[in-house]
Design a protein around this ligand. Structure first.
Ligand code: PRP
Ligand code: URA
Length: 211
């Protein structure tokens, strides 16, 4: 069974409060989403496997640790997930990037898939699926379904968001119980239009200035 982690480090909480404010403009919003994503990447990558490597320091030969095993791919759910990619790349610069295009129908709130392009070896990679918002959970479930259909291994997928609603966490955990979920905050609830309260509004519009 995967775990649900709230990464409420003081720096993350402070930065998240900045971007929740309605007068935070696109430039700062984008910069701070990057910064939070970088801080979250530190925790999300905590259990990457290590292996021994023999090296020579200026003084002695010794055996130390280096990253081993599965290589990483970051999978942003378009559009808003794109805002989290650069921050994670700061820490894991060799990661490959796969894209899953998904938008939420405004009336039905159901996810609509419109684009999928993944690294050819996703079945061998540790996948970090990223999207700032986990609201009803429909987009996250559909994106992970799209990955599994194309060969991703369920125990190699982690989902990382900034703000989660309890409803979305429940839906994602029921559909994909094996997946670890990481959020910077667990908010109160969804409103009648499927927006997270208190939330931060429409993450895609705020990142790209499209309102
Ligand atoms: C937002 C957000 C998630 C989705 C969350 O995307 O980035 O992908 O809504 O809602 P859900 O959990 O209820 O599915 P949106 O559909 O607005 O598309 P965008 O990123 O292109 O703006
Ligand atoms: N998508 C967003 O961008 N924000 C929400 O609060 C819910 C879904």
């Amino acid at each position: 069974m995967g775990k649900f982690h709230v990464l409420n480090h003081p720096l993350i909480q402070h930065k998240l409060t900045m971007i929740r404010q309605k007068d935070c403009g696109t430039k700062v919003f984008r910069e701070v989403v990057n910064e939070i994503s970088m801080l979250m990447a530190y925790e999300v990558s905590r259990d990457l496997p290590l292996e021994d490597v023999e090296i020579e320091t200026p003084l002695v030969k010794t055996t130390l640790k280096t990253l081993a095993g599965k290589k990483v791919a970051i999978i942003p759910i378009l559009r808003a997930g794109l805002g989290m990619v650069d921050g994670i790349l700061e820490l894991i610069p060799a990661a490959k990037i796969g894209h899953v295009g998904m938008y939420r129908d405004h009336d039905t709130l159901q996810p609509v898939e419109y684009f999928v392009k993944l690294p050819s070896d996703i079945s061998e990679r540790q996948l970090f699926v990223v999207d700032p918002m986990l609201a009803t959970g429909g987009s996250a479930v559909a994106a992970i379904d799209a990955l599994l259909k194309r060969g991703a291994q369920p125990n190699s997928i982690k989902f990382c968001c900034l703000v989660a609603a309890p409803e979305g966490v429940e839906t994602l955990r029921s559909a994909h119980p094996e997946i670890d979920i990481y959020a910077a905050a667990l908010d109160e609830r969804l409103n009648e239009h499927g927006y997270i309260l208190p939330g931060l509004g429409d993450a895609g519009d705020r990142l790209f200035g499209t309102k």
